[in-house]
Design a protein around this ligand. Structure first.
Ligand code: WTA
Length: 684
């Protein structure tokens, strides 16, 4: 865990008070109210969640128990006995509450002229048609439907149609390549895959359907593929009875064909979403209908202070959890207007975001530090030519926001007055866990501040096996440790699909939910996230598994061993650095380096493509033969002078060569080029 980051952050603290203007009408109107709600929520959590679930959602049948707890197996079932439907909550109930003709979903395509707007009534019509269509493909309650789709309205329609009939959707980010898509469809055993002819990204087409065809040869569960005609790509191969065009499929169902909502149990799964696991295989996180939706609506309302006339834009791809909770379920459950953008921030010019903000008069903007850094690099001229006065709240997610990016966002986008809500959470938590309340929390750039009301977060030291009595004591102020959540909350995952052991592993070390992140609390109780403690790397806010990338590298016949670590990167936060040890008779070559990088790109996706691949003679190992990543991480991040004592290694003699090889790579040389200053014999 990075103590450097910790000291750096704590030393540089500056704080910003919440805005006065707009405070009185805010959901949480000040620090006192926040404290009072937190106290009340932690004193009687069941009463608190009972009230939130009643207020925020429509239930077909009220629950018998707020929480059923099996604390031995760490199974938590919220609102048991309750019946509801997510599609009903996100659409139907708004039709009779005066929002029938309100914009529910505004879509901006990559092409500036491509815009679509769905009112709640229009969304209802399309979702019902798709529900009929899925049902005509024999999709029933509990079946799995994979969505490998670009950022187009049909993705939201498909999600809500699945929810309507009780099918479990499993979205697969359209940027994933073959291996990532195959493993997810196979794990989910999806019966139907919905896709498009192509995704459009920065002026290029990615042929999703054509990519899918070879993948499906190894996915026997898939009976049908539904294809949206989106990019107008020619020569799409449609396979016999298996493949159907979306527009042909819904054509059979008339516009007024209502599809009644399935009454789901609160603990029926709403969706499955895979995240990078520490085992190399993606982990399928299951979320419930009742608890998840309650938590999505609850956090959307309080974190972003969502009001009825707000135009809200979460820039995350719907293929990630942020897109699920804050692009679709949270805002639509509250009857808000949500924006969906197909393109990237910098294409064709770096003004896309501000154009959208002006065009649709966006009030709330939720994005990532990576996006901010990439726009910051382009300069303010792109920002200033657009009207940004509609903005009321700014928010970020996915990785810690560095103070420079925070300041830029605050000054150039936030007029030095808007709150920046830095939200910490995870796929597993369903919704935001630690975050400022826009109008109540004093902000410290770089800290996600304090837990949401009802969330019991703490920083604990590593378990002390010799002294178990000391376990579960919290770390002192300023001391880093493991970020855990001690009490259950409604948004927490229902389980890990087909992997009970993995689910349990989240709870074994501390007896409560272990996030896998390191954190430190300061004297005001603010949490500073220090990054992942496990084998994940956070590239541009996307969680990638080192093991998964290593598996691709070692699948090459030439590679004997591979070790992947994160290295600091100015734009992406972290980038991937791969150490590769080749089989003894294989020479190091640029050609092989390019090929290895390409393998990762093709198998997992461009996101996972290593920034650097360094060939090494041998990996540093413990006497029991384990690769010591701690050392590799230090070398990759250019802090080899902090390696400390390495004499306990099995092979300390390999280190100078690795350090030299790293320096050579940075200088654009081959790893084994003798360096002037190391002509004393280090050979790389
Ligand atoms: C990281 C994304 C610092 C963290 C919602 C976490 C953050 C992982 C923040 C989850 C933040 C997310 N500050 N780090 N505000 N938000 N993270 O599952 O390491 O894709 O464990 O969920 O992102 O990534 P995931």
């Amino acid at each position: 865990m990075s103590h450097e980051r910790m000291t750096h952050l704590l030393n540089k603290q500056r704080s910003f008070l919440p805005p006065e203007h707009g405070k009185t009408s805010a959901w949480i109107s000040g620090a006192d109210e926040y404290e009072a709600i937190c106290q009340q929520a932690l004193a009687d959590p069941q009463d608190f969640w009972n009230a939130r679930a009643s207020l925020l959602l429509h239930w077909f049948k009220r629950w018998d128990k707020v929480l059923e707890e099996d604390s031995v197996n760490h199974k938590y079932r919220w609102f048991t006995g309750g019946k509801l439907n997510a599609s009903f909550n996100c659409i139907d109930r708004h039709l009779i509450s005066g929002r029938r003709n309100k914009a529910a979903l505004i879509w901006q395509g990559e092409d500036e002229m491509a815009k679509r707007c769905y009112t709640y009534q229009m969304l209802y019509t399309e979702v019902c048609r798709m529900a009929h269509a899925l049902s005509s493909l024999h999709i029933r309650k509990g079946d799995h439907v994979a969505l490998y789709m670009p950022m187009i309205p049909e993705l939201v329609i498909a999600m809500l149609a699945c929810a309507r009939i009780g099918a479990v959707h499993t979205a697969i980010f359209s940027g994933y390549a073959e291996g990532g898509v195959r493993s997810r469809i196979q794990d989910a055993k999806a019966r139907v895959v919905i896709t498009a002819d192509a995704a459009i990204r920065a002026g290029k087409l990615k042929p999703l359907k054509a990519n899918l065809d070879p993948i499906l040869e190894k996915c026997p569960s898939v009976a049908h593929v539904v294809v949206v005609r989106h990019a107008g790509l020619d020569n799409i191969h449609m396979q016999g009875r298996r493949d159907i065009w979306w527009h042909d499929l819904i054509d059979d169902f008339t516009l007024n064909a209502d599809y009644p909502c399935e009454a789901m149990d609160a603990n029926d799964p709403l969706f499955l979403l895979h995240t990078s696991g520490s085992t190399g295989k993606p982990t399928g996180i299951l979320h419930s209908t009742g608890g998840y939706l309650t938590y999505a609506a609850h956090t959307t309302q309080w974190c972003f202070d969502m009001r009825d006339d707000d135009v809200y834009w979460c820039t995350a791809d719907m293929g990630w959890i942020t897109g699920h909770t804050y692009g679709v379920y949270g805002p639509l459950a509250l009857g808000a207007t949500t924006i969906m953008f197909e393109g990237v921030p910098t294409y064709p010019k770096p003004d896309r975001y501000w154009r959208i903000v002006e065009n649709f008069r966006v009030n709330i903007l939720y994005t990532s530090p990576t996006v901010i850094r990439s726009l910051m690099r382009e300069g303010e001229a792109w920002t200033e030519r657009y009207e940004r006065d509609s903005l009321r709240i700014l928010a970020t997610v996915g990785e810690p926001i560095n103070p420079e990016a925070w300041q830029w966002f605050h000054k150039h986008i936030g007029r030095e007055e808007l709150p920046i809500v830095d939200t910490w959470w995870q796929t597993e938590t369903g919704g935001v866990m630690i975050s400022p309340m826009a109008y109540a929390t004093k902000l410290k750039p770089g800290s996600a501040s304090r837990p949401m009301p009802g969330i019991d977060a703490a920083v604990l030291p590593s378990p002390d096996n010799a002294n178990p009595d000391l376990d579960n004591r919290v770390c002192e102020t300023g001391t880093g440790g493991h970020l855990v959540i001690r009490k259950p909350w409604p948004g927490m995952m229902l389980g890990v699909f087909n992997n009970e052991e993995k689910y349990r592993s989240y709870f074994t070390r501390f007896g409560c939910y272990e996030s896998g992140d390191g954190a430190v609390q300061d004297e005001d109780g603010y949490f500073w996230i220090l990054g992942r403690i496990d084998d994940s790397i956070n590239v541009s806010g996307h969680r990638l598994s080192t093991v998964e990338i290593e598996a691709v590298l070692t699948s090459a016949a030439e590679v004997a061993e591979a070790a992947v670590v994160g290295m600091p990167h100015a734009l992406k936060g972290e980038a991937i650095y791969a150490y590769v040890c080749l089989c003894s008779d294989v020479p190091w070559s640029e050609e092989l380096r390019v090929r290895l990088r390409d393998m990762v790109r093709r198998d997992i996706g461009p996101l996972a493509s290593p920034e650097r691949i360094q060939f090494v003679e041998a990996m540093p190992k413990t006497t029991s033969g384990k690769i010591i990543r701690r050392i590799l991480r230090k070398i990759a991040s250019g802090t080899a002078d902090e390696l400390g004592d390495v004499t306990s290694l099995a092979n300390p003699q390999v280190i100078p060569g690795i350090v030299d090889g790293h320096a050579n790579l940075l200088d654009g040389l081959a790893e084994n080029t003798p360096r002037q200053e190391t002509s004393d014999g280090a050979e790389g």
